[in-house]
Design a protein around this ligand. Structure first.
Ligand code: ATP
Length: 250
């Protein structure tokens, strides 16, 4: 079932997440959905740039007002990742994997970035903005040099991209809605779906720390809180939380 959403469509925005924050602060209800044909300052984690060229991507941000503990906010991202994967697979007929924790991959290339930003009111979660950027097709003239090796698209660009954009947006909302309603259910009902799509389990990876350190290890399991259990090169076992590290597939 698709939630009853209100669409805020724009040609150009600095960032759909920023506009969703503005809506949240003026009292907009959840399922307010901001979309733009291009973002001039689309961002990922740690203020990294998310390249958002006109016409070839879906750039959407969903305002949510979840009744969850702030420590569970990561589940919004993981529910979104598995929902994007499911929707892309259904609509475009391609195999979709997840690179822990928030990247969606097709044929080993990143086709979607997800950025959830939450705001607290006291100790409780006031609202969250779920930002999703999907490359529908490779932009004309290709992706910029710095992401050419890692970025990919969900389609070969033939067909009506406008139609695909709407279909994918609704497909993502439809897949995400039931998971969102169950964010407080334990054990997490979508943990196994998520885990089944992980591309990094039982294969060696490089682990990039926030401080720039680089280590080698092999992720072996996913914990109930979506931490990754990793056997490090020296045999030590660590459970690492999202935000602490980034994975680089070896
Ligand atoms: P990490 O892999 O280090 O955990 P991340 O995947 O979480 O990082 P995000 O912060 O989600 O990264 O997204 C920003 C990064 O995504 C950029 O630094 C760049 O490498 C890459 N990127 C930027 N624009 C695009 C795009 N349109 N498609 C695919 N990848 C992109």
């Amino acid at each position: 079932m698709i939630p009853k959403y209100t669409l805020y469509p724009y040609e150009t925005l600095p960032s759909t997440n920023d506009m969703a924050h503005t809506l949240a602060q003026t009292g907009a209800p959840e399922w307010s959905v901001v979309v733009a044909h291009t973002q001039t300052a689309g961002r990922g984690r740690l203020n990294r740039k998310f390249h958002s060229p006109r016409g070839t991507g879906l750039y959407m941000s969903v305002l949510l007002r979840p009744q969850i503990a702030p420590c569970d906010a990561l589940k919004i991202t993981t529910a979104a990742a598995v929902s994007v994967a499911e929707a892309v697979e259904r609509i475009f007929g391609v195999d979709v994997k997840i690179k822990w924790v928030n990247d969606v991959l097709v044929a080993g290339k990143k086709v979607c970035g997800i950025l959830t930003e939450s705001r607290l009111s006291g100790e409780a979660l006031d609202y969250a903005v779920l930002g999703i950027g999907v490359n529908l097709a490779t932009p004309s003239g290709d992706f910029p040099e710095e992401i050419r090796e890692i970025a990919g698209a969900v389609s070969d660009g033939t067909g009506d991209l406008g139609k695909m954009r709407t279909q994918l947006m609704e497909g993502i909302l439809e897949a995400f809605y039931p998971r969102y309603q169950n964010l407080n259910v334990k054990p997490c009902p979508f943990l196994e779906d998520y885990k089944a799509r992980l591309c990094c389990l039982n294969r060696p990876v490089h682990i990039l720390g926030e401080d720039g350190t680089l280590e080698k290890g092999t992720p072996v399991d996913l914990e109930p809180d979506f931490s990754l259990r990793i056997v490090m090169e020296d045999g030590q076992v660590k459970c690492l939380r999202a935000g602490e590290i980034s994975l680089r597939l070896s």
